[in-house]
Design a protein around this ligand. Structure first.
Ligand code: GDP
Ligand code: MN
Length: 389
């Protein structure tokens, strides 16, 4: 799960990571009032969306007067912001963060994440932070260092010094950095984060380190343990269909293709998507209806798939183990009876009660394409989606 920058900064403060003075606003008048209270010569107005890359597309604006803050907020709120990290529709701006600006001497990069290959937490640091960190990563990878932390020993002074050296800090700044690194580590572990990124971490003209930006991702599998984090969820920033799917215990991820896929089991879902691609098609989604699914879930899954206007054909691929194929067939028929299914549906049922399932599907007024095996199913659905079957 993702949270907003202003929420991440509140968590930072809790862990002694310095952040700019500021406050979130959801109207231009509030924003102006905040600027007036935060006495300063200029302010920054930052669109709050669950994506970075805002600086490059006008989502971060420098204001010289409180009335600039009012105007910029008016321009941003109610719009959708499209950045390199969003899809083509962008994300809705419903609030802005108003902060004091600080005289920036240098922009640094600092993050903490799980490195799967070493099964450890790793800090990533660079003295070349800011909005071009991605191109630095491509062109000057040696400018970015990583420091792996062993879980048994935790964060050590030697780790901190190595990061301080990479960030080209003065000796006097090392203490400030130590506080930030320990704060990140404690936050990560206590709240079950999966990533914390500070880009940029700035060095001010007077040598202070401040987290100018804040991004935190949390491990969805641990959210049940953290009511305080769950309360920060903003469903408006999430894909509406993915959110709805979660309510029904379905694992759904929207994709760009035109072949809807309904599969039980994540591994089979991945294999099905691979096969669809191999046959020249593009999946519209990843959807795992789960191992112990029922007719109601299948019905909801069908509705979700068909709510995507790009879907030209649907492939149902069920391997009945615990779940019985005739139950799945009932779900498919219930869904087709409830909603106007306007696209061809290819069904491959295998495993427990497959024959009963197939019999149910062949005795119906709906047009369903039965497949002999998975290869045949993928071939059929790709042809149908292209309109050449
Ligand atoms: P992102 O583009 O979504 O990652 O948004 P950031 O919060 O990182 O802001 C992008 C850029 O805007 C930063 O790299 C800074 O150069 C600039 N910026 C953000 N906040 C301030 C500020 O308070 N003062 C100044 N001078 N620049 C800022
Ligand atoms: Mn940033």
């Amino acid at each position: 799960m993702n949270i907003h920058e202003y929420q991440a900064k509140k968590l930072f403060q809790h862990y002694a990571i310095p952040t700019p003075q500021g406050c979130v606003a959801s109207s231009a008048l509030d924003a102006q009032n905040i600027a007036e209270t935060l006495t300063n010569e200029s302010w920054v107005v930052k669109a709050q969306i669950h994506a970075g890359g805002r600086g490059k597309v006008g989502g971060v604006k420098l204001a010289k007067t409180p009335s600039d803050v009012f105007n910029f907020t008016n321009e941003l709120i109610g719009k959708r912001l499209i950045t390199k990290q969003t899809n083509a529709h962008g994300l809705p701006i419903e609030s802005v963060l108003i902060e004091k600006t600080y005289p920036i001497k240098r922009e640094l990069y600092l993050s903490l994440l799980v490195e799967r290959s070493s099964e450890r937490l790793v800090f990533v640091a660079s003295s070349a932070g800011g909005i071009d960190i991605e191109s630095i990563a491509h062109q000057l990878p040696e400018e970015i260092i990583t420091v792996t932390v062993h879980p048994a020993t935790g964060l050590q002074p030697s780790h901190c010094r190595k990061i301080g050296y990479a960030l080209k800090l003065e000796r006097a700044q090392q203490k400030q950095l130590d506080v930030i690194l320990h704060g990140m580590m404690n936050l990560f572990l206590e709240k079950d984060a999966s990533q914390i990124e500070i880009n940029p971490l700035i060095e001010t003209q007077t040598g202070e380190l401040i987290a100018l930006d804040a991004k935190i991702n949390f491990d969805d599998n641990a959210l049940a343990l953290h009511d305080d984090i769950l309360a920060l969820r903003d469903a408006n920033q999430e894909d509406a269909k993915e959110h709805e799917a979660e309510q029904f215990g379905l694992n759904y991820i929207a994709l760009d293709g035109n072949i809807g896929c309904m599969v039980n089991g994540a591994g089979l879902a991945m294999a099905t998507m691979d096969l669809v691609k191999l046959k020249g098609g593009l999946p519209a989604n990843f959807l795992d209806v789960g191992g112990g699914t029922n007719a109601e879930k299948v019905c909801e899954a069908f509705k979700l798939i068909l709510a995507d206007g790009n879907v030209k054909a649907v492939l149902v691929n069920i391997f009945g183990g615990i779940v019985k194929c005739d139950i799945i067939a009932q779900g498919i028929l219930a869904a087709m009876a409830q909603i106007n299914v306007h696209v061809p549906v290819v069904v491959r049922l295998e495993g427990t009660n497959a024959n009963e399932g197939r019999a149910l599907l062949s005795n119906t007024q709906f047009t369903l394409y039965a497949a002999n095996d998975l290869n045949d199913a993928a071939q059929q659905v790709v042809s149908l989606a292209k309109g050449i079957a």
